[in-house]
Design a protein around this ligand. Structure first.
Ligand code: FES
Length: 104
C-alpha cells in the first residue's frame, strides 16, 4: 500500500538541500540533487544522528556525528563507522509538490 505524503513545493527547494518528512514518527530525509529528488531514512545506521543536518557532498550525505557517508540515490553506506545501508523510499512530483511514499 502506498502512503504518499507532501514534503514541499519543488520550485521553492534549492538543489543540494534536504528536508525532513515525518510519517507517524518515522523521519524521512528527502534530498534535492539538481532537480532529482531522493528519500532515505533520516536516522544514521551507526547511532542516532539526524542525517539531514549533515553535509551533502556530490551524491553523498555525510553524517554530522562521526562522518559516515551514504549514497543518497541508493542508500548504500560508503564509509565507516556505519556499516548498514539506509532504507530508501519512492519520490514523485505531483502538481509541483514533492511527495514521498512513506510505506514504499
Ligand atoms: S551516528 Fe552517524 S556515523 Fe555515527
Amino acid at each position: 500500500m502506498n502512503a504518499w505524503i507532501d514534503v514541499a513545493a519543488a520550485d521553492d527547494w534549492p538543489s543540494g538541500t534536504c528536508k525532513v518528512a515525518d510519517h507517524h514518527g518515522l523521519p524521512i530525509a528527502v534530498f534535492n540533487l539538481q532537480g532529482r529528488f531522493y528519500a532515505t531514512d533520516n536516522i544514521c545506521t551507526h547511532e542516532y544522528a539526524e542525517l539531514c543536518g549533515g553535509a551533502i557532498e556530490g551524491e553523498e550525505i555525510v553524517c554530522p556525528w562521526h562522518g559516515a557517508r551514504f549514497s543518497i540515490p541508493t542508500g548504500k553506506v560508503n564509509s565507516a563507522p556505519a556499516y548498514e545501508d539506509l532504507k530508501t523510499y519512492p519520490v514523485r512530483v505531483e502538481g509541483g509538490m514533492v511527495q514521498v511514499d512513506a510505506e514504499g
